[in-house]
Design a protein around this ligand. Sequence first.
Ligand SMILES: *[C@@H]1O[C@H](CO)[C@@H](O)[C@H](O)[C@H]1NC(C)=O
Ligand SMILES: *[C@@H]1O[C@H](CO)[C@@H](O)[C@H](O)[C@H]1NC(C)=O
Ligand SMILES: *[C@@H]1O[C@H](CO)[C@@H](O)[C@H](O)[C@H]1NC(C)=O
Ligand SMILES: *[C@@H]1O[C@H](CO)[C@@H](O)[C@H](O)[C@H]1NC(C)=O
Ligand SMILES: *[C@@H]1O[C@H](CO)[C@@H](O)[C@H](O)[C@H]1NC(C)=O
Ligand SMILES: CC(=O)N[C@H]1CO[C@H](CO)[C@@H](O)[C@@H]1O
Length: 632
Amino acid sequence: MAFLSFAYVLITLFILCFSSPIHAQQPYVGLATTDCNNADTTSNSNSALGYSCNGLNKSCRAYLTFRSQPPFNTVASISTLLGSEPSLLSQINSVSETATLETNRLVIVPVNCSCSGQYYQSNTTYTIQNGDTYLFIANNTFQGLSTCQALEDQNGSPTNLIIGAGVTVPLRCACPTENQTDEGFPFLLSYVVAEGDTVSGISSRFGVDTGGILQANSLSGSNIFPFTTLLIPLENPPTSSQTVEPPSSTPVTPPSPPANSSSEDGSNKTWIYIVAGVLGGITLTLIFGAIIFCKFFYTKKKEPDSVVVSGSFQANEKPMNKKFDEESQDFLESISGVAQSLKVYSFKELQSATDNFSFTCRIQGSVYRGKINGGFAAIKKVNGDVSKEIALLNKINHSNLILLSGVCFNEGNWYLVYEYAVNGTLSDWVFSNKNEGQYLDWKQRIQIALDVATGLNYLHSFTNPPHVHKDINSSNVLLDSDLRAKIANFSMARPAEGQEGEFALTRHVVGTKGYMAPEYLENGLVSTKLDVYAFGVLILEMLTGKEAAALHAEENNMHLSDVLNAVLTKEDGEESLRHFIDPTLLGNYPLELALLVIRLINGCLKKDPTDRPTMHEIEHSLSNILNASFNW
Ligand SMILES: *[C@@H]1O[C@H](CO)[C@@H](O)[C@H](O)[C@H]1NC(C)=O
Ligand SMILES: *[C@@H]1O[C@H](CO)[C@@H](O)[C@H](O)[C@H]1NC(C)=O
Ligand SMILES: *[C@@H]1O[C@H](CO)[C@@H](O)[C@H](O)[C@H]1NC(C)=O
Ligand SMILES: *[C@@H]1O[C@H](CO)[C@@H](O)[C@H](O)[C@H]1NC(C)=O
Ligand SMILES: *[C@@H]1O[C@H](CO)[C@@H](O)[C@H](O)[C@H]1NC(C)=O
Ligand SMILES: CC(=O)N[C@H]1CO[C@H](CO)[C@@H](O)[C@@H]1O
C-alpha cells in the first residue's frame, strides 16, 4: 500500500512537472510597466503593451478591479472612467447606481475585452488634465490597469499631450485560453495588486487556488508589486462578496524563505528557492493527499457505515481504544511533516492560549477562545475521527467558509484550531438577547443570507468532489467583525455522490432538529438539496426571529412550507405578512422584498428535492434582493 501510494505520488509528480509549462498563460510583467522609456515592443511574450491574443475567443466579457478613489468613487464616475456599464457594475458590486463608495473599496468592473491586433484590450477614452503624463494616467489615475507603453503605442508620443484632448486608454484584460476554458475557468479578472497583497491572500479572496494564479501569470514566485495587474482565472463571474477585505490577521503565518538577495547572483538563487518551494509544495500536498486518501480508505473498509455524529459544536462520544490512539498519533505525525497551511500545535501551546481550557475561555460546548500569536483563534476539542474534516477544510479556501489553521492531538483528543469570528454565532444574534438590544437590520440579514448561500454554492459546486455540509443551522453560521457570515462545523460534511438529481442513501440520519429535509428524515436520501432545505429554514428564522421548531409548534405542527403558503395566501395580505416578520426589524424593511424572500424560502422548503432551487440560483436571487435593498 505504502509503496503503491509512493509510486502514485511519483507518477503524478512526473506528469505535473512535465505538463505545467503547457498551462503557462500570460506572463506577469511586474515593474516593467512603469519603465516608460523602455517600451518592450520587441518581445511579444513579455510585453507591457497588453496581454497577448492567445485566447479561445477574440472577444469576451472580462473583469477588472479598481479601488474607489475620489473623484472616481461613484458607480457613474467609475463606469465612465473605465468604459463599463453602470447597471452591470452596480449589480456585480451589490450597490445602487447612485451609490458613493467608501475610499479604497475594491470595485469589480465588467468590460468588453477584445483583440486589437496582437493584444487584448478594453478601450476607454480619457480627457487629458493639467499635469498629466502617460505614467501618471496609467499608474495613478488608472491604478495600473493600463501602462505608459500601451498609451504611447495607442496615442503616439507623450511630448504633445494637450489638456482637454481625448486619448484612448487600452485597459489590460484578457480572454481565457482554450486550456483555461477546458479546465473550467471561463472568466478572467485583471486584479490590480494593492500594497500588502500576497498571492495566497488574493487566491483566498477569489476562492481559487494559488497554483492556478501562479500558472495563469507564469509566476514562479510570489514577488508581486502594487499597481500591476494579475490575471485571476475564475470559475464563475466575480461577486460582491469578493470585494470585502479579508481579515488582516491570521493566527498562522508560513515560515518565510531566507531573505538574502543582495546581488544579482542572490536573486537567481531566490528563483531556485521558489521553484524548489513550489515543487516541494506540490510533492508535499500529494503525499498529504495520499496519506489522507489511504487513511480514509482504510477506515472506510473497517467500518463501512461510520458517519461522524455530532450536534452543533458538540464533540462526538466515540469509545476510545488504544489502537485508535496510536493511529491518530501516526496520522498526526504524518501531517506534521507535510501539511503546509496547517500548523501542528503542541498541547502546551493550546493550554497556554486558553488559560488551560478555562471556563472563561469557553465559547460554547467544547469550543474555546485561544490567544495565539497576539490574535484570537477558536479551538474545538473533538473526541473522534477528524480526518475527513481536516481533509476537506485543508483544501478549501473561501471567505464564507471557516478557515482551519491548525491541529493538535493529545491523549485521545483532537484539537482543531480555526479562525476566530468575533461576533459569534448567528443564533446568538437572532434568538437570544446576548447582544443587548442590538439587532441585525434588514440589509445585514440579507447580506448574511447571501454570504451563506455563496459559501454553500462553493461547497456544492466548486470543491472537488462536491460536498454537502449536512448540518446547516444558525449555530453553525459565525459572524465576523463586519457581521459577514462564515459557515462552520464541517464534521458532518460528506461528498455529494452522484450526478445532480441523483441521490445517495445513508442509514445514519443525523442532523439538527427542524432543519432536516423530509426525504432525508424519511429515506436517508443525501444530496446538496439537503443544504438547500436547511438554508431555507435558516433564512426563515432570520426573517421571523423565531426558531424553526418553535414556529412549527406554534402553527399546530404544520409543515413549514404550508405555514408559508398560508401567510402568502391570507386575505389581509400585507397585515399578516408584517405580523409574520421579526418585530425587532421595527417595520424597517421593504415589504415587496420581504415577499420575494418568503417566496425564495418557500422554494427551498419544497417537499420534492428536485423542485428546490440550486444554491447558485439562490445566490443570484439574494444578490439581486440585496442590491434592491440598498436602493430602498
Ligand atoms: C459590451 O458588449 C455587449 C454585447 O456585445 C453590448 O451590449 C454592450 O453595449 C457592450 N458594452 C460596452 C460598454 O461597450
Ligand atoms: C480600441 O481602440 C483601438 C485604437 O483606437 C482600435 O484599433 C480597436 O479596434 C478598438 N477596440 C475596440 C474593441 O473598440
Ligand atoms: C503609482 O501610483 C501610486 C499611488 O497613486 C504611487 O504611490 C506610486 O509611487 C506610483 N508609481 C510610480 C512608479 O509612479
Ligand atoms: C467563445 O465564443 C463562443 C461562441 O461565440 C461562446 O459560446 C463561448 O462562451 C465563448 N467563450 C468564452 C470563454 O467567452
Ligand atoms: C545573508 O548574507 C550575509 C552576508 O552575505 C550573512 O552574514 C548572513 O548570515 C546571511 N543571512 C542569511 C539569512 O542567510
Ligand atoms: C496556450 C496553451 O498553453 N496551449 C496548450 C493547451 O494544451 C495543449 C495540450 O493539452 C497544448 O498543446 C497547448 O500548447
